[in-house]
Design a protein around this ligand. Structure first.
Ligand SMILES: Cc1cc2nc3c(=O)[nH]c(=O)nc-3n(C[C@H](O)[C@H](O)[C@H](O)COP(=O)(O)OP(=O)(O)OC[C@H]3O[C@@H](n4cnc5c(N)ncnc54)[C@H](O)[C@@H]3O)c2cc1C
Length: 450
């Protein structure tokens, strides 16, 4: 009998990092807030600076969004390239594509140079649709890829029925937690776990970042916390939305590969050793509060392939309105990397490079296109739609929620997720374990269970 585990396959059997929490006031040049792929990549890319750098992590390194991902390094990213093409033009989409290809190569050479054991495998990646109305879109994307010198071919795959499928052969899969742990191998900077930043104040030309007990004085602050806990500057809840997905891993022996659908219903599949990881049931975070129903539908899809899940978990990522990530200066000497549209393993590593280049005053080709100041027609329609999603999530939480607990972030009602035994916020994605400990932001405090 298979024992079902409600945890990501990466977090099971994972050797935990064991950094002390901060217990005194400190003074640094750069404070990195958040120890997911973004924060750890910033630390990595700053390795040759002569600056004093520190990283604080509210929980443990990597266990939040990064440790719940599917672990693909891919530039065939569902319909994202087409979203960017239609929002901007082919030139911007080509730049984005180039950034992803270059970052994948850079991650692979880092893994090789540092001899990081993270189960990296080069695989064929398939992108398909089973919807006739999308066939022309994939054909068009195929031509665009060919024009950008990507070696793309027509293909088929036995696991899904498709009306049109394409394939590339220079993409990768890996274990994301082992990767970020490996990036920290020769790290010389201090890292503090179980240390949450709750307030940032500006004083002349430096910042005071407050934890619940201590203060950190910093010249630069990098927000690598995924969804920031603060509203201003940038008003994130009005400009971005959140998407939740459900994942499983089941024993399934086959040749390594990676596969995704072009658009809704989103499906993402990959192999990991003798397992098949299967993602489905993606929805806007406010759309559905029943995690159990979504998990049951996922289990049914996986059973249809003839396998039974051994691991089940869910995860949430931030979507931007124009499809490009948000990487750059937030205000003055506060920088941020977020909004990766579910492709943050490449974009988080890239953010580490861009943000460190901005601070070190080095040129970087991608600074302007990912800048938060770009003219992205973040118009009234986007604002209205995101405000609606926020209010809808807030109201649905109140009507349908199976718990009485409120999220300390913006007082949305939390829903009990009976599969993972967590309390989840259907407004901004915060999550708490059964004892009320915050395991995923933007909330930066635990809930009082009394
Ligand atoms: C279902 C799913 C599958 C995905 N699969 C892929 C994939 O295959 N390939 C890919 O490229 N991308 C994938 N992604 C996207 C990718 O996982 C994310 O974009 C990326 O991991 C985000 O990294 P991050 O460092 O920004 O966030 P996180 O990994 O969440 O790290 C942020 C850290 O900041 C900490 N923090 C938050 N607030 C504070 C605070 N106040 N003080 C201190 N610390 C704080 C958190 O505890 C957390 O550890 C997937 C996303 C989802 C939802």
């Amino acid at each position: 009998m298979i024992l079902l585990k409600s945890i990501s396959i990466w977090k099971d059997n994972y050797e935990k990092t064991n950094y002390e929490s901060l217990d005194s006031d400190i003074d640094v040049d750069i404070l990195i807030i958040g120890g997911g792929i973004t924060g750890v990549s910033c630390l990595f890319h700053l390795k040759d600076s002569n600056l004093k750098v520190a990283l604080v992590e509210q929980n443990e390194i990597g266990v939040s969004v990064t440790g719940n991902s599917t672990g693909k390094l891919n530039y065939l990213q569902n319909d994202l390239i087409d979203k960017i093409r239609s929002f901007y033009d082919d030139e911007v989409a080509s730049m984005y594509l180039k950034s992803q290809v270059e970052t994948i190569n850079s991650i692979c050479s880092t893994i090789k140079d540092k001899n990081i054991d993270c189960d990296l495998e080069r695989v064929n990646s398939f992108l398909y649709t089973n919807d006739l109305s999308e066939v022309d879109k994939i054909k068009n994307l195929e031509s665009f890829l060919l024009k950008n010198n990507i070696n793309v071919k027509r293909a088929n795959h036995k696991l899904v029925e498709s009306k049109y499928m394409i394939m590339v052969n220079d993409t990768y899969i890996f274990n994301p937690l082992k990767f970020i742990n490996g990036l920290l191998k020769d790290n010389k900077y201090p890292i503090y776990e179980n240390t949450s930043i709750v307030k940032i104040n500006k004083h002349k030309d430096y910042y005071i970042c407050h934890t619940l007990r201590n203060k950190i004085r910093a010249k630069y602050v990098i927000i690598a916390s995924h969804y920031p806990y603060f509203l201003k500057p940038f008003l994130f809840p009005f400009k971005v939305s959140l998407e939740k997905s459900y994942l499983s891993a089941s024993i399934y022996k086959t040749k390594p590969f990676s596969l995704i659908s072009y658009s809704n219903p989103f499906i993402s599949i990959r192999t990991y050793k003798d397992y098949l990881i299967y993602l489905s049931n993606s929805h806007s975070i406010n759309k559905s509060v029943s995690c159990k129903d979504n998990f049951n539908e996922l289990i049914k899809k996986v059973n249809d392939i003839g396998v039974t899940p051994e691991y089940l978990w869910s995860n949430c990522d931030i979507l931007t309105s124009d499809g490009l990530p948000l990487i750059g200066v937030l205000k003055d000497n506060i920088l941020i990397g977020t909004g990766y549209n579910t492709w943050g393993l490449t974009n988080g590593f890239l953010a580490g490079k861009i943000l460190s280049d901005i601070i070190m005053k080095k040129d970087n080709l991608y600074i302007s296109i990912f800048s938060l100041k770009r003219k992205n027609r973040n118009n009234l329609l986007t604002y209205t739609s995101n405000i609606y999603k926020n209010v809808d999530g807030f109201i649905k939480g109140y009507i349908k929620s199976s718990s009485n607990y409120l999220c300390p972030h913006m007082k949305c009602k939390l829903t009990y997720n009976e599969v993972e035994n967590t309390f989840d916020c259907s407004c901004h994605g915060s999550r708490f374990d059964k004892d009320g400990k915050c395991i995923c932001g933007p909330a930066n405090k635990d809930i009082d269970m009394k």
